[in-house]
Design a protein around this ligand. Structure first.
Ligand SMILES: Cc1cc2nc3c(=O)[nH]c(=O)nc-3n(C[C@H](O)[C@H](O)[C@H](O)COP(=O)(O)OP(=O)(O)OC[C@H]3O[C@@H](n4cnc5c(N)ncnc54)[C@H](O)[C@@H]3O)c2cc1C
Length: 404
């Protein structure tokens, strides 16, 4: 029986051959490839990931150093650039050897204390100056949930009145984010702002669009994110594009399918409101691919990033670029995958000359742990895209004679 997560059965569109595993894993030594294989195999067991995630959170809370070491040598090594910007340097250079850019992301999220929020801002500002000093890091990525307490975002979305102290905190948040966007513009570095759960997202969208109007006069500095699993996303993308361009500014957007589907559906069910998520995968896929088409059709006035591990969606954008005779590496048409995943997409696109970047999170293990758990959970599905990942790793191991 065909599973919901199976890739489309139509032949893959476009000019890129994604099945070349020699190119896909060229950056990995035999030892690294074996390590990746073991890790992906382990992550394909949902019970192991569920248990490991619980233990990791507990060990983190209890400050157990042995567990931090295990995490650091396995999943942390696979999916992050390191604990600091300096540690990322080697990975950034290695990616660049294979014509792949890096998008740096300081992994803080879910912060509440003012000191922590200020600390995150300092890290992001440092990431921007670091990016400015490198030709291989055009963009940094951030989560606004690292700059403001989630409870405040939720309260703002509900339209509840802030106390005086909350008003002060909100103002501080605005200042932090504004300073980041101003620095990005000054240093000619882009800023991708991640999309979050729907009950936090409205104030995020509002402030990101405000910053776009302020800082995107000549080019895209600030980029907003659309989760195409949301029923309203395609409509919002088109409306926001019109708003920003009508204001004489440049539009910047990142497209994703969306990371919080189960949480969204559960909350909608518990609280008795209609789910904001498309009813099935096919509807999300259609919306995603329609959004890609919209971005390619309007590429002269917007800069976009197709942030996906879906083979069809990547092949589709390459095909649209090819069909319209647009230069392959046009600065407004980008692709991105997470570091440690979907290398067969990244490096085959890079080899063909498209603009492709790895999303490279960094930070102390305790900060990036929620991100790592999301990656492990995502990789428990051995159908569809993720099954393909494991199949390609196996194929490359066989090609190198490492597996019979
Ligand atoms: C560079 C990069 C940046 C990212 N930034 C963000 C971000 O800012 N915010 C964020 O939320 N996520 C972000 N993500 C994660 C992203 O949203 C997806 O979870 C992940 O990439 C998997 O989707 P996919 O397009 O790679 O492919 P696929 O594996 O084809 O799609 C899986 C996705 O399809 C959707 N889906 C699956 N089943 C159904 C169903 N039954 N009904 C409806 N929809 C379904 C879900 O969104 C699921 O995650 C980012 C991913 C990348 C690569």
């Amino acid at each position: 029986m065909k599973k919901e997560t199976d890739p489309p059965s139509d032949p893959l569109p476009g000019p890129v051959d994604f099945s070349n595993t020699e190119i896909a894993f060229q950056q990995l030594s035999d030892r690294e490839l074996r390590r990746m294989y073991r890790l992906f195999k382990m992550m394909s067991h949902p019970w192991l990931v569920a248990l490991g995630s619980k233990l990791a959170l507990l060990a983190n809370r209890l400050h157990l150093p042995l567990f931090a070491t295990i995490v650091k040598r396995t999943i942390f090594k696979q999916f992050t650039g390191g604990v600091s910007l300096m540690e990322c340097t080697r990975t950034i250079q290695k990616l660049m050897q294979y014509d792949t850019l890096s998008i740096l992301d300081y992994g803080a999220e879910g912060k509440t204390e003012e000191d922590d929020l200020n600390h995150t801002q300092e890290h992001i500002l440092r990431t921007i100056t670091f990016a400015a000093s490198s030709d291989s890091v055009p963009v940094v990525s951030m989560k606004l949930t690292g700059l403001v307490d989630n409870l405040l975002l939720e309260k703002k979305q509900k339209g509840e009145t802030f106390t005086e102290q909350e008003m002060y905190k909100w103002e501080r948040f605005r200042q932090r984010f504004d300073a980041i966007c101003a620095a990005a513009k000054e240093y000619k570095v882009g800023v991708f702002v991640d999309a979050e759960e729907s009950w936090l997202q409205e104030p995020i969208d509002e402030i990101v669009l405000e910053m776009m109007r302020k800082y995107n006069q000549n080019k895209a500095v600030v980029y907003t994110t659309y989760q195409m699993y949301r029923v309203d996303a395609l409509g919002r993308l088109k409306m926001d594009y019109k708003d920003i361009t009508d204001n004489g500014c440049f539009f910047g957007c990142k497209l994703v399918r969306g990371a919080y589907m189960d949480k969204e559906r559960e909350r909608a069910k518990d609280m008795g409101y209609p789910s904001p998520i498309h009813p099935d995968k096919a509807a999300t896929d259609k919306a995603y691919n329609d959004a890609i088409l919209f971005c390619v059709e309007h590429y002269e006035n917007l800069a976009s990033c197709n942030a996906s591990h879906n083979l069809y969606s990547n092949a589709y954008q390459a095909q649209l670029i090819h069909q319209r005779d647009i230069v392959k590496n046009h600065a407004h048409l980008n692709f991105s995958q997470l570091y440690g995943m979907a290398d067969y997409i990244t490096f085959n696109l890079a080899k063909e000359g498209y603009n492709v970047a790895k999303y490279l999170p960094y930070g102390p293990v305790k900060e990036v742990l929620p991100y790592l758990i999301r990656r492990a959970e995502e990789n428990t599905s051995i159908t569809g895209e993720l099954g393909r990942e494991l199949r390609y790793i196996r194929q490359e191991m066989k090609r190198r004679g490492l597996l019979k």
